[in-house]
Write a protein that binds this ligand. Structure first.
Ligand SMILES: [Zn+2]
Length: 97
């Protein structure tokens, strides 16, 4: 199996376990690469979580705005109803006297 870093053939040791890399330099390179990949993955996870959080906050803000709009609508309807009832009562009072 060739070296995964520089793809040069890995010498087979006469005894002991088979080596994965052709040299200490490539071994260190692979280790640094793995560390970099880990750091990159962690950064991407944080970024993904941050964007998910932002999406949730935006969703909640939209829901709040919709609730406020609904409340305003209902309050307006209620006020109009009260005004209409008051007007009817005033008319009945005027007509009754
Ligand atoms: Zn190598």
């Amino acid at each position: 199996m060739p070296c995964p870093v520089c793809s040069s053939p890995v010498p087979t040791p006469r005894r002991g376990p088979a080596r994965r890399f052709c040299s200490e330099k490539c071994r260190g390179e692979a280790r640094r690469g793995a560390y970099r990949a880990e750091v990159l993955a962690a950064a991407q996870t944080v970024e993904a979580l941050t964007s998910r959080l932002r999406a949730l906050e935006a969703e909640r803000a939209a829901e709040r705005a919709a609730a406020v709009e609904e409340m305003t609508r209902v309050t307006g309807y209620f006020q109009a109803l009260v005004a209409a009832l008051a007007a009817r009562q005033a008319a009945a009072f005027v007509g009754g006297s």
